[in-house]
Structures are given as C-alpha cells and as structure tokens.
Design a protein around this ligand. Structure first.
Ligand SMILES: Nc1nc2c(c(=O)[nH]1)N[C@H]1C(S)=C(S)[C@@H](COP(=O)(O)O)O[C@H]1N2
Ligand SMILES: [Mo]
Length: 256
C-alpha cells in the first residue's frame, strides 16, 4: 500500500516536472522579464490536479453590458470598523496610499492617482460567493502585473498577500487578508479595482481598492486593500493558511 502510494507520487512528480518545464519557459517568454518567479516548480502546485494546472492560464468568462446585475450586493464587511479607515472616508480617500513591500527590489507606496496612471483593465465578470449567490458587474482597475513590474519581486517570491483595513475581531484585531500565487497575480484579468459599474468603488464593496481574481471564489477577492506583501510562504502570517477564511477551514485554491 505504502510503496504503491510512493510510486504513484513519484510518477506524479515526474509527469509534473515534464509538464512544468515547458510551461515555465512559455511563461517567461510571455512576461519577458527576468524576475518572473518559478511559479510552477513548487510542491504546492502538486496538490492541484493536472487539468486545473493546465487551465490556470485560461480567461474567466466575460459578459455583455446587458448582462450586468441590477444590484451588486455587499458581503462580509461593509464598513471597516477602525479610526484610520473612518479618516480615509472623511478625506474621500485623498490620503490613501497602497504599500507594496516584502520580497521586492523596490518597496514603495502608491497614491490612488499613481495607481490610476498605471495600465488598467475593464471587465464584466460574474462573482460567485460560496454562500450561494452570484452577480455580474463591470470592474475597472489597475493590473496587478503592472504594480508588480514597478516593484520587481525577487527570485524567491511565491505569493502575493493582500492586507485589508477591516478587523475581523471585535477588539479591532485580525484584519482580513488573502493571498494568491504568481500564476494568478500576473493573469490578465487580475486587477485591483477602483471602479464598479462606471462609478467610484463604493465603501460597501471595498473602497478605495479591491482585488478581482476572476477565476476564484468570492472570498479571495480582498476588499479594502491597504498593503500588498510579497512572500515566500504564509508561515508568519496570521493562522498560516494564506487567508482569513483559509485559517477558518476554507480551501486556499478556490478555483471556479
Ligand atoms: N476585506 C474583506 N474582503 C472581503 C470580504 C471581507 O469581509 N473583508 N468578504 C469576501 C467575500 S466572502 C465576498 S463574497 C466578497 C464580497 O464582495 P462584495 O462585498 O463586493 O459583494 O468579498 C470578499 N472580500
Ligand atoms: Mo463570499
């Protein structure tokens, strides 16, 4: 039994290596950058099956303007309970800045104006929440790949972590957080949205900046993003599972 499982595992590992090498080369060509981390050569990805892996470059479905849902509800936090967030709202987010740090060559922060000046993308997509509701909306935001190009993740970087403004505990601790790998971080449809349905992103939907990672479930789409941290592992972050809901038992890879 044990030997059988070991054999199967080493077979999987060998097939994976054969698959990963050409894909990695393709990715590198795609992004034309030397900093592109070795996203596929990891044990973590072994836990996803091969069809999922091959599908990771695929685009999420996009819809027509006529498909947009009449309302886009708010779920989870609808107003972060902290003095610093309240001050941001009062200043109409003029004082907001996004901190980008961790395993990057150039740590820095970006004002909303600076983010708006970076390459953007507009997309009409469907949001699917595990609680059993979906809604189609139009999102506009800065491409996460454009931000990463500015800061240059180092060669050991594996994940991008989003730290949010909303505390999940009544005492003001445990801010919501989420993470994705570079496969998703560099995907064309992965944006930090500042507009919803052609208007400034409302507070209840994550103002001033929220993640859209269209091929994953709702809880991955971090709202109220204050800081992006590039890491090699989740070990030092909250419960260590890579996200608030993950620390509470949800899957880290929430592919739709
Ligand atoms: N910071 C933060 N991000 C979050 C949440 C949250 O409570 N706090 N809830 C998540 C869940 S479960 C969903 S379904 C979506 C809801 O986004 P919406 O409020 O724009 O509908 O945000 C996700 N991102
Ligand atoms: Mo959700």
């Amino acid at each position: 039994m044990k030997a059988d499982r070991a054999r199967r595992r080493s077979f999987l590992r060998a097939s994976f290596a054969a698959l990963a090498a050409p894909m990695l080369t393709a990715c590198q060509r795609l992004t034309e950058s030397t900093w592109f981390p070795q996203i596929l050569a990891t044990g973590e990805t072994l836990s996803r099956n091969v069809s999922q892996l091959l599908g990771r470059k695929a685009m999420a479905q996009e819809f027509a303007p006529s498909d947009i849902s009449p309302t886009f509800r708010s779920n989870g936090t609808s107003f972060p309970e902290s003095d610093s967030y309240r001050q941001l709202v009062e200043a109409k987010f003029g004082t907001y800045s996004l901190v980008v740090d961790g395993l990057v060559e150039h740590k820095r922060s970006f004002s909303l104006a600076e983010l708006r000046a970076l390459p953007s993308r507009t997309q009409i997509t469907r949001h699917d929440c595990v609680e059993g509701w979906s809604a189609i909306a139009k999102w506009k935001g800065v491409r996460l790949s454009a931000i990463l190009e500015q800061v240059k993740p180092t060669a050991v970087a594996r994940y991008v972590v989003f730290h949010c403004a909303d505390p999940m505990e009544a005492d003001g601790s445990s801010p919501y957080y989420e993470s994705i790998d570079f496969d998703d971080a560099l995907h064309e449809q992965t944006i930090l949205a500042y507009e919803l349905n052609d208007a400034a992103l409302p507070v209840e939907n994550g103002a001033p900046l929220r993640l859209r990672v269209e091929r994953q479930l709702g809880y991955k789409h971090a709202k109220y993003v204050m800081r992006i941290e590039v890491v090699e592992s989740f070990a030092g972050i909250a419960g260590g599972k890579g996200g608030y809901w993950e620390d509470n038992g949800y899957q880290w890879f929430a592919g739709i």
